[in-house]
Design a protein around this ligand. Structure first.
Ligand code: PXG
Length: 461
């Protein structure tokens, strides 16, 4: 099909009326947005007809790739039958029932109930209310504080952004809300200093124990963390980290909340990041890959031990108009069916995961790359000025990452920049040939970034 879009017209109308998330809207209006018009598999097409490899799976979510008409058909069928009804006031409908049952089957045996929301942010706001309500009903109402991590990401609502540990988000709007405490993240490359990765993993984990002791266990409701931090820069914790957190959680009376919004639904080569790291969550927020982003839907999986207590408290006074929206549930069900039928989770674990990881890690040889890391299909390249030093960073932080991201775009590959690291999280349907293509584009991008930095005199010639 020929591309018949008028990019200049779209850009000017966008600039006039569309306020973008996480953007400097004034600067963007001058620069002009890139307009994406079509998607097929791992490929996107922009309004100028350029093909771009979607190395970010939409926004960490399009597990099954773009353009799967099967999902559109399932949604069409559902909307033709029942486009909307709510799940409040003693009602339900078949797609919400079927999806809740399916999620109970796919998750660990102790997770048998889901509370539906429309996003990961809403899921995490739900987590705050559920965790505190749990302790209220359990007769321990002083247990209210939630421990989270600096540079964690849990969404952009007031609750989600407060749980998250993003400084620039806290700086706007008077966040975080009271009752949330942040500890160190397990980011060895950036914060490990002279410690080995093993030692640093233990140190970061023991920060949890130290805060529980400092504040008193009778004040702590929960600890929340992503199995691997996504938006924070694909922070893969040292091997010592999660076992130590598991030990601490088993010795202390606190809920463990594992935020699976990015790591869930096959991203790490297991159904959930909790399975990968051997974690047993009490609450488990999900979104993104649940529907591959075809329609907005999220939820919180709730452990039996939590549900059993909260049920004794009567009404849980919380919910969203679109909790369990029929069309979104139908999209999610069709998406999960594709993930299962095509064996995408095993494929990431045994086939395309190891294939891409080997090639991605080889990019670590590049003079600009201080570390190349990847688990499943989720990876990062740390760009450094003075390899092999981990201590020397580009100043000011972020410019080189943005430069590299823009060059990558021009080379037809979407990577995301976090500080000065390049992030990759492609659709799980990526073929071997597409993985080779991706690596070729990433290599070209690194070479061109390196050349540009030399030209600018920012690294020794
Ligand atoms: N938890 C985690 C772990 C996430 O990654 C959310 C919660 C919030 O989900 P919603 O659906 O409310 O966005 C997320 C979202 C980025 C980026 O630039 C990452 C997210 C969202 C937007 C941008 O990396 N993650």
């Amino acid at each position: 099909m020929r591309n018949t879009y008028d990019t200049a017209d779209l850009r000017s109308r966008d600039a006039a009326h569309h306020w973008h998330p996480f953007s400097d809207s004034a600067a963007l209006a001058t620069e002009g947005v890139r307009v994406i018009v079509r998607g097929e598999g791992v490929w996107l097409e922009d309004s100028d007809g350029n093909r771009i490899l979607d190395g970010m799976a939409g926004l960490w979510c399009t597990q099954i790739g773009h353009g799967r008409v099967e999902i559109a058909d399932a949604v069409h069928r559902q909307m033709s039958e029942l486009a909307f009804y709510n799940t409040f006031f003693k009602t339900s409908h078949p797609p919400a029932i079927a999806l809740a049952e399916k999620l109970a089957q796919l998750t660990q045996p102790h997770l048998n109930r889901v509370f539906f929301c429309n996003s990961g942010s809403e899921a995490n706001d739900t987590v705050i209310r559920l965790a505190r309500t749990y302790w209220d009903v359990a007769g321990k109402p002083t247990k209210k504080t939630i421990i989270s991590r600096r540079n964690g990401y849990h969404g952009s609502t007031i609750g989600g952004a407060s749980l998250g540990g993003m400084g620039p988000m806290h700086a706007q709007g008077g966040l975080p809300i009271p009752g949330i405490v942040h500890i160190q993240q397990p980011y060895w490359f950036g914060e490990g200093g002279d410690l080995s990765s093993h030692e640093f993993g233990l140190k970061a984990a023991r920060g949890l124990e130290a805060v529980i002791d400092a504040l008193g266990e009778d004040t702590i409701a929960a600890f929340i963390a992503e199995p691997i931090q996504g938006a924070g820069g694909v922070i893969i914790p040292p091997d010592s980290y999660w076992p130590e957190i598991r030990r601490i959680c088993s010795e202390r009376e606190i809920l463990l909340v594992v935020d699976e919004v990015i790591c869930g639904f096959g991203r790490l080569g297991s159904w959930f990041g909790s399975d990968h790291f051997g974690l047993k969550p009490d609450l488990m927020p999900i979104a993104k890959g649940l529907s591959s982003g075809y329609l907005p839907i999220g939820g919180v999986m709730i452990a039996d031990r939590v549900a059993d207590v909260v049920f004794q408290g009567g009404d849980f006074n919380h919910g969203y108009t679109y909790s369990g929206h029929p069309a979104a549930c139908a999209a999610a069900l069709a998406n999960l069916e594709i993930i299962e039928r095509e064996g995408l989770v095993d494929r990431v674990r045994d086939d395309i995961g190891p294939y891409l990881q080997a090639r991605w890690k080889a990019l670590g040889e590049h003079p600009l790359v201080g570390e190349a890391r990847m688990v499943g299909l989720m990876g990062a390249l740390e760009l450094v000025p003075n390899k092999p030093s981990r201590k020397d960073k580009f100043e000011p932080v972020g410019q080189v990452g943005t430069l590299c991201r823009d060059i990558s775009f021009r080379n037809g590959l979407i990577m995301r920049a976090v500080r000065d690291s390049m992030i990759l999280s492609p659709p799980l349907v990526l073929s071997h040939g597409e993985a080779d293509d991706l690596i070729a584009r990433a290599t070209k991008t690194l070479d061109e970034t390196w050349a540009e930095l030399k030209r600018q005199g920012r690294i020794a010639a």
